[in-house]
Design a protein. Structure first.
Length: 140
């Protein structure tokens, strides 16, 4: 390799190393926002802490899921009306509700209650069970 090419390669490596180190020392606005939100959904195995409570199952697990869904629903209800509009659901990131809003809003009033959402989920579960192939294991 001739000397000018070698010098350019070494300079590029040094500049790249300096920019990586500088990037590690200063956070971008996006990285600052990520750190303000807390840890992401993935935690490395060495950072995980096992729950001290036994895992829920059956009716207890179902109740736990309903409570979490109700909590998300209430947080999304910005005007505390007890109902969600499609826009409130979109702002809260409730994609499932947004995507199925017309089916959930059977009264076509432009807003859904938590009971409307639960009724829709129950109906979907019944439909899914009805479509299962005979002889295959079904959900309880």
């Amino acid at each position: 390799m001739n000397k000018p090419v070698l010098l350019i390669a070494v300079a590029a490596a040094l500049l790249l190393g300096a920019s990586v180190r500088a990037g590690a020392q200063t956070e971008t606005p996006s990285a600052q926002a990520d750190s303000a939100r807390g840890p992401g959904p993935y935690l490395p195995p060495d950072k995980r802490k096992p729950s001290s409570e036994p895992a829920a199952s059956g009716p207890a697990l179902h109740q736990q899921a309903i409570q979490k869904l109700k909590q998300r629903f209430e947080q999304a209800d910005l005007d505390a009306s007890g109902n969600l509009t499609k826009e409130e659901a979109r702002k809260a990131g409730l994609g499932f509700v947004v995507n199925h809003f017309e089916q959930i809003d059977t009264a076509h009033k432009g807003a859904i209650s938590f009971d409307d959402l639960k009724a829709y989920l129950v109906q979907r579960r019944k439909e899914a069970r009805a479509q299962q192939v005979p002889g295959k294991q079904t959900l309880p």
